[in-house]
Design a protein around this ligand. Structure first.
Ligand SMILES: [Zn+2]
Length: 275
C-alpha cells in the first residue's frame, strides 16, 4: 500500500510538472538509505536555436502530422535531423582516437556514477579564453582535503551556459562556416591539465558548459586527444551546473545509441542528495 501511495504521489507530481519548464524535480525514494534531494536537468533542449559547431549541420524538426485525424483521435509525429556534435552531446572516444570506442560501445559505467564539480566561473567571467589548469584541480583537492576520487565524473563550470543560445556571447561569433572557426572564443580545459588528469587521476568521464572541452581558440584539440585516447568521453554544452554542489552527487548521462557514432545528443541529469 505504501508503495502504491508513493507511486501515486510520483505520478501526480509528474502530471502536474508536465507543462512547466522545470529543471528540477523532487524525488523521494525508499529504496536507498540516503534521501534523494533533487534531479537536475543538465541538458539544453533541441530546437532551431540549438548551438552547433560553426561547420556542423544544425537541428531540424519537420512536422509529419499534427492534429485531429479523420478517425477522431489526435496524432502528432515529427522527423528530425542533426549533426552528432551539437547542443548537449557526448564526444565518443573515436571522435579523436582511431579505432577507439564508438558511442554505442561506451560502457555504461563511464556514464553513470559519482561526480564532482570544479567551479572556475570567476576566472572565466573576465577571460573568455580561459584554460582550466592543473592548479584548478589541485585547488578543489585542497578545499576538499582529498584527491579527485577514482571513478569520478568531473564537471567543469565556466558559467558560459548563461549565455546560451546567444551565439556571439557563447561562441564568440554568430558567423558560420570554415572561416568562423578562428573567431571562436570560450573557455576550455588546458592540454596540460587534460594530460595530468589522464596520468595522475582516474576519472570516468568529463563535462563542460561550453561547446568544446578544448577552448575556442584551440587549433590542435589536444585535450580532446589526451582524454579520448584513454577512452574518457566528454560531455559538451552542459547547463545548470550552478545548481550543483562541488561533490556528493551522481550523474546519469545517456546518449542516443548511434551504432558507430562519433558522438550523439545527450540527456544528462544529476541526482543531488541531502547531506
Ligand atoms: Zn563534440
Amino acid at each position: 500500500m505504501k508503495t502504491y501511495i508513493i507511486f501515486t504521489f510520483l505520478l501526480f507530481t509528474l502530471m502536474t510538472c508536465k507543462n512547466k519548464t522545470a529543471t528540477t524535480m523532487p524525488l523521494e525514494t525508499s529504496s536507498t538509505k540516503t534521501k534523494a534531494k533533487a534531479i537536475i536537468d543538465l541538458s539544453h533542449a533541441y530546437s532551431d536555436k540549438t548551438i552547433y559547431w560553426v561547420t556542423a549541420k544544425e537541428f531540424k524538426l519537420d512536422t509529419v502530422f499534427k492534429g485531429q485525424t479523420d478517425k477522431g483521435f489526435y496524432y502528432a509525429a515529427n522527423n528530425f535531423s542533426t549533426a552528432e556534435h551539437g547542443g548537449t552531446h557526448i564526444d565518443a572516444p573515436i571522435h579523436f582516437a582511431k579505432n577507439a570506442q564508438t558511442v554505442d560501445e561506451i560502457p555504461l559505467e563511464k556514464l553513470i556514477g559519482p561526480a564532482i564539480k570544479i567551479d572556475i566561473t570567476s576566472k572565466c567571467s573576465t577571460n573568455p579564453d580561459y584554460l582550466v589548469s592543473i592548479d584548478d584541480f589541485k585547488d578543489w583537492e585542497n578545499a576538499h582535503n582529498t584527491t579527485i576520487p577514482s571513478g569520478s565524473i568531473v564537471l567543469l563550470e565556466t558559467g558560459f551556459s548563461k549565455y546560451y543560445p546567444d551565439k556571439v556571447k557563447y561562441l564568440g561569433t554568430d558567423e558560420r562556416g570554415d572561416h568562423a572557426v578562428k573567431l571562436l572564443h570560450f573557455p576550455g580545459l588546458s592540454p596540460e591539465a587534460a594530460k595530468w588528469l589522464v596520468e595522475h587521476r582516474n576519472i570516468n568521464s568529463i563535462g563542460i558548459d561550453t561547446p568544446s572541452i578544448d577552448y575556442g581558440q584551440s587549433e590542435y584539440f589536444q585535450s580532446h586527444v589526451a582524454l579520448l585516447e584513454q577512452n574518457i568521453p566528454a560531455f559538451e554544452n552542459l547547463t545548470n551546473l550552478d545548481k550543483l554542489p562541488s561533490n556528493g552527487f551522481e550523474i546519469i548521462a545517456l546518449p542516443m545509441k548511434i551504432e558507430g557514432g562519433s558522438g550523439a545528443p545527450l540527456r544528462i541529469v544529476a541526482i543531488v542528495y541531502d547531506k
